[in-house]
Every structure is written in structure tokens, then in C-alpha cells.
Design a binder for this molecule. Structure first.
Ligand code: NAI
Length: 822
């Protein structure tokens, strides 16, 4: 036997395996494998297929699961629909008691849940026992609180979305369940969950827990199966919202499949998150940070810090220390309490990791792995550090989802920001520096939903989590995440679409039209600009009568040189609008991209001043706007009221500019978690055709207020207000490019703008078909879309046309975690 000093020297240890009997017994309790959990009962569908589920550490079969088909999805959605009225009708307190009971139940059965998770997924017991399961319980406790508070405070006037389909991945099986199920139930929704095919067992155990705590039947249902089951759930018309976590590829398919369906959607997708190390960082902490960033859960973490960017001066030392630390990591039996890294979830995933690393090697990477070997039985891969790779190589750009990190160097902070953002993803980042100014300069500059300063992979139920760009949209956790499961209660008669915006009108339909030309110019009534306008002088000045677009702070002739005739309700021509085309749309995006950064960097006070100034000048120009609105068929009183409502709306957003601020979340670590509302960037907004002015102001103002640069499309006859509107913008200190105005045909402009990767968000207030088209086209860069039919009740006077709901759509929340104390 070695003495203590020898042990300290060698750091050898004896095995300390957790007994897996408790979980194996639970599995053995279903000798025929598992059915599905629907309407509070276990069902074994006769016709459904079956598949094996494996223990990654041994490669042995654990049990058999049901491959749910359409019939099971149908039954589960039906059960959730049936349970909805009673569940949403409970008081917040009653729902809170159920969520609290679930939290208690998780704690009571923590050992069973942890061991089962480790058996099924291959993750070290230390992680399932100390991280996953405690966080699961925390999510249910936290959301018991939200259930209690639902219907009060800022949650008042909101209702549950309805039946929610939730599709989760295999990397944190029970934790992803908790992230989705807890807020959904707290808000009064009912759920159909589809766990990942590799790791369904803890979700099935959770179903048992639902029975144990007496959750009403049908509130929570589980259908097991692969992507086909998931696709059937996504396609089911009885589902009101889909919440998905998984690969960006599948996220795209789901966005496409739900386009135009009116289903709410949140997507938490992949990442290639930068781990930025400055040369003043505490390198020993950095090394432990890297262990947590990329070797936690074998690197199968969506927000894994898989790209180390280190300042040149510190690179050699960091690489040396990392290699030394890697040599000491323990890979092996996940049930052993001293294991650092367990098994990879499935052979297909292991093959993917091997293949990507080999490709990296061929592309010039120096691939470093520890000297010791990995277990021969089961599916294991060693911790791997790749240096010397070109930043454009696939291994440096694509998500590996394994214990593989690439390392690049940078020289200056500006270069660090540029490299950090040189990715299509935007899920997370960590920044390591002892200089607080540096950290808080870099954190807002990195495009990611979560930024950890001198820490990494911190999560909590009180903080939102989710992506920018191709890492998806929507947040999970805290109030940010709760909004995904709520919608405003509309008191107006219900109509189609979210909240029934189509129902009722508070403004008369004007009846003005844009004369649609023959398919290709010159033809129809599209006319070259040198022809004299029909019927009216559109700009009222009598000298330059050419209708123009407004791009980059300048009036611009439409590229095609054509205009379109606006006819008033009586049929006579009242003016012309410029017919913007694809080139104009692209020019507008380019101008907006240039303006977006500086506009977002202005102070909120400054943006408020610009909005107040716009309001003041609109008030001054009311006669001109009223005349345009009368041309379009609004009566005199209506026109005056619309201008006044637009002035008020500008005041509202001027007021909000320095008040729609973030929060400091009460996360249970010694740190502050700053939730900052950041603009989306460049947003296209197609405003409603009527009310022309109020619709345009109601769409543009919240986006400007939040710091976005905007491409405003004034569709159809609404383009008639373009002239006075760009003169208003010109005279109100709106910096060039911050607002760009396009007029013409929605069908001609929309495809270019919805396809364009330079556009980060798209609000569409037009036809249902147009909205579906925007959603379908948004998948290129996963732009965030908001499609509503308009106008609706409240556009003129009520709150439905303004407020925080608009500002939430105009922003994305970034959570910055900053530890304190020594
Ligand atoms: P995946 O995205 O295919 O699977 C995630 C979930 O979606 C599973 O429940 C799956 O059954 C379901 N699904 C698959 N196709 C579907 C469809 N057409 N409609 C609806 N649901 C569908 O991920 P997979 O294949 O397990 O892993 C592939 C790669 O995806 C990984 O190597 C990794 O890079 C990435 N990934 C990222 C995750 C993240 O959290 N960001 C999680 C899991 C995987």
C-alpha cells in the first residue's frame, strides 16, 4: 500500500463506482420495454415499431422503446388539448403546488434520476449528480414561483399559448426537459414531449413522477421515437407552439415546416462558441475554465467553448499548461465518481467526431491527445486540442459536439472581437481577463446570447439562455423564457393569427390602391420617371415631382426608373410611388448595415431625443400628412386623428428609449448576471397598408427605440406617404441609413429582403401568404421573424399597437455573467 506522500506524487486513485442497481431495477420493472405516456397512462401501441436504447459506456442494450407514429402523436396532442381548459383554468397557486411537488419529487428521487441519466447518456455521475439533477429541481422550484405569480404584475393580461410540442436533444436529457416543461406548465400550457431517441429514459421516469404527484391527466405526455416522430409533432395542426433544442439543420427544417402555420416557435440550436483569453488573464483559472468549457459532458454541449482565442503573448504558456492538465484528466466509467469524462452518446456521434478531427489533421491541424489510452469497451474519445489550423477550416467553424477544442491566436482586442464574431453562430462566449474594463468592453461586442466573464458554462433557472443568429431565437429560463409560453389576452373578437389581430378595425378601410402593372416593365401603368405623373403632383412642390426611395439618408431614384400610380378610392390618380426593385432592396440593406453599429452605440437618451424630435416635426407637418391620408380615402377627422395618434406613439417610444432596460438576475452564485436588451441589428419591416402613417410609425418607432437600423417597406398605396415621411426623417436628426424607406410592390421587394443574410430580423404586417413566405425564406441566416396580420383593434388608440410586446420583438437579451469576490 502506498503512503500518503506517494499518492500525492502519483495522484493515483482507486475506483469509486456508484451502484447502478437502483436504475437497473427500475428498467427491469418493465421487462417488455417502454410504451408511451399519454393522458396520464402508459400505453403500449400494438402497431408501433420498437427500437433498442443503449448504455454508451458498455455498448450494451438497456431496454426497448416505442417508435411513436402519427397515431401516438395524434393521441398525445388530443390528450394535451383535452387537458388544457382545466389546467389553464387552475389558479396560479394551484399550478404552483404541482410544480413544487415535481421539484420535491426530483430531489427525493435524485439518486435514481442521476444514475439513470448516467447509464443512458454516458455522462459522468459527478455531473449528473452535482449539476444536471440539482439544476432540474431548481428549474421546477423557480417556475413554481412563476406559476404563483402568473396573472399578476407584468404577467397580467397574458394567457398560455395552448398545446406545446417540445423536442429535445440527448446531451442533457432531463435538464432540457426541465428547461422546457417547467415554464410551459407554469404558464398554463399542456405539453407533448419528444425526447431524443438515444436518451429517453429519464423523461419516462419523469412521467412516473407526474403520476406520483398526481399531475392531472394529459397535462404532460411523452412520445418516444426518432426524427420522424418529431416531424409528426411539428406538423400536427393541434399544436400551438413548438420548442426545439438540437442541431441547426433540424431547426431549419422545423422553421420551414411551421412557416405560415401561426405556430409559435423557439429554437435553441448549435454553436461554435469563442473562449477568449487575454494575456493578463489568470492562466491557471483559464485552464480549469477550458476543462469546464469543452470537456464537460464530453464536449457534447451546445454552448461548449470549442474555439479558444488566445492573445499571442500567452499562447505558448497556455498550450503547455493545457497539455499538462489534459494528461491528468480521467476518461472512463461514467459511474465512477472520480471520472472526469465519460462516454460519447452513440457510435454515430463518435464517428462524426473522429471524422472531423481526421479532416482537421489533413487540413494542417496539430492534433494533441494525452498519452494514455481510452477504454476499449464502449464509445469513448479522448480530450483533444488542435492548434495550427486555419480559421476557415471545417473543424474550426463547424460544431463537433465532442471533446475537441481548436486554438487560434489574436493580437489586439479589436482582432479578438472580429475573430469571436467570425462565425454563423451566436450562442455563448467566455472572456478571460483581469481587466474589468476590457471584459465589459468586449462582452457587448460579441454577438452571443450568453457571455461569461472569467467563468464558463454557468446556468440557472433565473437567467435566460438562447442564441443570436444561426444559434436560434427565443430564450429559456427566467422571465425572458416565460414570455415564450404566454401571449397577450385580446379582448376583441378573435380572428386568425396570433391574438386575433385581424379582427375588427378601428380605422375605416381607405380603399386606395396601387395600380398593379403587367408582369414586366415597361408595361401596365408602370411608367418611366420622366413621364408626367397622372392626376396629382405627388410631392406637392411643383418642381421635382419624381417619387423616390430613401436610402442611406438620401432620396434615391428607383433603380429601375419606374413609378406606380396610386389611385384614390374614387379611382382617380392621386400620386405616384417609386417602384423599388431587388437592387434598391440590396442598397437599403447595405446602408442599414453601415448605420446599425453607430446607432446602437448611441445612448438611449440620444435615441429618445431623436424620437421626440420626429414627433415634434410630425406635429408641425400634420397638414401635409393629413392631405396624403385624405388622398388615400381617410376622412378629414380620421386623418387628423391618425396624425395625432402617430405623434403620441413617437412620444411613447421616446419615453421608452431609456426605460426599456435590462435586469440583474438573482442567480445563486457569487456573481451578477446582467440581462441586457440588445437590438437585433438590421430589421426589415413591412408595415400595414392601412393605416398608412400610423402603421408605419408603429412599426418603425419601436425598432428605432431599441437601437435597430431599419428598412421600412411602405407597401401598396401606403407608399403615398413616403415623400413627407423622408422629409420628416431628413429634418429630424435621424442619421443616414438608420431608416431606409422602400415603396413599390410587396411581392417584388419581400423575397430579396427575406432572403438577405444582411437582414437580422423581419417584421411583416401584411397578408398571411406574405407572412408565410417571410418565415420560409428566413432560414438562410435564421433571421428572427414577427408576422402579424394588421391592422387590428387598438392600432389607433389602444395598447395593442404599442408597448413592451413590440420592444421585446425588437430586441434580444444577452446575459453577461460576472463573478465577484476573490
Ligand atoms: P438532431 O437535431 O437531429 O436531434 C435533436 C432532436 O430533434 C431529437 O429529439 C431528434 O429526434 C429530433 N429530430 C430530428 N429530426 C427531426 C425533424 N425533422 N423534425 C423534428 N424533430 C427532429 O441532433 P442529432 O442528430 O441527435 O445530432 C446531430 C448533431 O446536432 C450533433 O452532432 C450536434 O452537432 C448537433 N446537436 C446540437 C445540439 C444542441 O443542443 N445545440 C443538441 C443535439 C445535437
Amino acid at each position: 500500500m502506498s503512503d500518503v506522500s506517494e499518492i500525492f506524487d502519483s495522484m493515483e486513485y482507486g475506483p469509486a463506482p456508484e451502484d447502478s442497481g437502483i436504475a437497473r431495477e427500475w428498467i427491469a420493472g418493465r421487462p417488455d420495454g417502454f410504451g408511451v405516456f399519454i393522458d396520464g397512462a402508459w400505453r403500449t401501441p400494438e402497431d408501433a415499431g420498437r427500437f433498442d436504447t443503449f448504455e454508451p459506456a458498455s455498448g450494451q442494450v438497456l431496454t426497448r422503446l416505442t417508435q411513436s407514429g402519427r397515431a401516438e402523436v395524434e393521441a398525445a396532442v388530443g390528450a394535451a388539448r383535452g387537458a388544457l381548459p382545466r389546467w389553464r383554468g387552475l389558479s396560479g397557486h394551484e399550478r404552483a403546488r404541482f410544480l413544487y411537488a415535481l421539484a420535491r419529487g426530483i430531489q427525493k428521487h435524485a439518486r435514481l434520476f442521476s444514475v439513470l441519466e448516467t447509464l443512458d447518456n454516458g455522462k459522468p455521475i459527478r455531473e449528473s449528480r452535482d449539476i444536471d439533477i440539482p439544476l432540474v429541481a431548481r428549474h421546477f422550484y423557480h417556475h413554481a414561483g412563476w406559476a404563483q405569480l402568473s396573472g399578476s404584475g407584468e404577467l397580467a393580461d397574458h394567457e398560455p399559448v395552448g398545446v406545446v410540442g417540445q423536442i429535445i436533444p440527448w446531451n442533457f436529457p432531463l435538464l432540457m426537459l426541465a428547461w422546457k416543461v417547467a415554464p410551459a406548465l407554469a404558464a398554463g400550457n399542456t405539453v407533448v414531449l419528444k425526447p431524443a431517441e438515444f436518451t429517453s429514459l429519464t423523461a419516462l421516469l419523469f412521467a412516473d413522477l407526474c403520476l406520483e404527484v398526481g399531475l392531472p391527466n394529459g397535462v404532460f405526455n411523452v412520445v418516444t421515437g426518432d426524427g420522424e416522430t418529431g416531424a409528426a409533432l411539428v406538423a400536427h395542426p393541434g399544436v400551438d407552439k413548438i420548442a426545439f433544442t438540437g442541431s441547426t439543420e433540424v431547426g431549419r427544417l422545423i422553421r420551414e415546416a411551421t412557416a405560415g402555420s401561426g405556430k409559435r416557435l423557439s429554437l435553441e440550436l448549435g454553436g461554435k462558441s469563442p473562449f477568449v483569453v487575454f494575456d493578463d488573464a489568470d492562466l491557471d483559472s483559464v485552464v480549469e475554465g477550458v476543462v469546464d468549457a469543452i470537456w464537460f459532458n464530453q464536449g457534447q454541449v451546445c454552448c461548449a467553448g470549442s474555439r479558444i482565442l488566445v492573445q499571442e503573448g500567452a499562447a505558448a504558456t497556455l498550450v503547455d499548461r493545457l497539455r499538462a492538465r489534459m494528461e491528468k484528466l480521467r476518461v472512463g466509467d461514467p459511474l465512477d465518481k472520480a471520472t472526469d469524462m465519460g462516454a460519447i452518446v452513440a457510435p454515430v456521434q463518435l464517428d462524426r467526431i473522429r471524422e472531423m478531427v481526421e479532416e482537421g489533421r489533413r487540413e494542417g491541424a496539430e492534433v494533441w491527445q494525452p498519452s494514455w489510452g481510452i477504454p476499449e469497451e464502449g464509445w469513448f474519445y479522448p480530450p483533444t486540442l488542435c492548434t495550427g489550423l486555419h480559421p476557415d477550416a471545417r473543424l474550426a467553424r463547424e460544431e463537433v459536439f465532442g471533446p475537441v477544442v481548436v486554438l487560434h491566436t489574436f493580437r489586439t482586442p479589436a482582432e479578438a472581437i472580429q475573430m469571436a464574431n467570425d462565425t454563423r453562430y451566436g450562442l455563448a462566449a467566455s472572456i478571460w481577463t483581469e481587466n474589468v474594463n476590457q471584459a465589459l468592453h468586449i462582452a457587448p461586442a460579441i454577438k452571443a446570447g450568453t457571455v461569461w466573464v472569467n467563468c464558463t458554462n454557468r446556468f440557472d433557472a433565473a437567467s435566460g439562455f438562447g442564441g443570436y443568429r444561426e444559434s436560434g431565437f427565443g430564450r429559456e429560463g427566467g422571465l425572458e423564457g416565460l414570455w415564450e409560453y404566454l401571449r397577450p389576452i385580446r379582448t376583441a373578437p378573435s380572428g386568425a393569427g396570433e391574438g386575433g389581430e385581424r379582427a375588427g378595425r378601428d380605422l375605416p378601410t381607405t380603399g386606395a390602391t396601387l395600380e398593379t402593372p403587367a408582369p414586366s416593365p415597361p408595361g401596365g401603368t408602370a411608367r418611366p420617371q420622366d413621364a408626367s405623373p397622372a392626376g396629382a403632383d405627388p410631392d406637392g412642390g411643383g418642381i421635382d415631382v419624381t417619387a423616390k426611395l430613401y436610402i442611406g439618408g438620401r432620396q434615391a431614384r428607383p433603380d429601375g426608373g419606374y413609378t406606380l400610380l396610386v389611385r384614390g378610392p374614387e379611382g382617380g390618380g392621386v400620386g405616384e410611388v417609386a417602384r423599388g426593385n431587388r437592387k434598391d432592396a440590396r442598397n437599403a440593406v447595405e446602408a442599414a448595415r453601415k448605420a446599425a453599429g453607430p446607432w446602437a452605440a448611441r445612448t438611449a437618451h440620444n435615441r429618445a431625443q431623436v424620437l421626440f424630435y420626429l414627433a415634434e416635426n410630425l406635429s408641425q407637418a400634420s397638414a401635409e400628412f393629413e392631405a396624403r391620408l385624405r388622398d388615400l380615402g381617410t376622412d378629414g377627422r380620421g386623418a387628423a386623428a391618425e396624425v395625432q395618434a402617430s405623434v403620441r406613439r413617437l412620444f411613447t417610444y421616446a419615453a421608452w428609449a431609456d426605460k426599456f432596460d435590462g435586469r440583474v438576475h438573482a442567480t445563486p452564485f457569487r456573481n451578477v448576471t446582467l440581462a441586457m436588451n440588445e437590438p437585433l441589428g438590421v430589421v426589415t419591416v413591412v408595415s400595414p397598408e392601412t393605416p398608412a402613417l400610423l402603421g408605419a410609425i408603429s412599426s418603425l418607432a419601436p425598432l428605432l427605440c431599441a437601437g435597430n437600423a431599419v428598412i421600412g417597406v411602405l407597401p401598396g398605396a401606403a407608399g403615398h406617404i413616403a415623400g413627407p415621411l423622408y422629409r420628416l426623417l431628413d429634418g429630424s436628426d435621424v442619421p443616414g441609413g438608420v431608416v431606409n424607406l422602400l415603396t413599390g410592390l410587396d411581392d417584388e421587394l419581400r423575397p430579396t429582403l427575406a432572403d438577405h443574410d444582411g437582414v437580422d430580423g423581419f417584421w411583416y404586417f401584411g397578408s398571411a401568404g406574405g407572412g408565410a413566405d417571410v418565415e420560409r425564406r428566413s432560414i438562410g441566416n435564421m433571421k428572427r421573424t414577427w408576422t402579424r396580420s394588421a391592422p387590428g383593434p387598438g392600432w389607433l388608440t389602444g395598447e395593442a399597437g404599442e408597448g413592451e410586446a413590440f420592444l421585446r420583438e425588437a430586441t434580444q437579451v444577452k446575459n453577461i455573467w460576472i463573478p465577484y469576490g476573490e
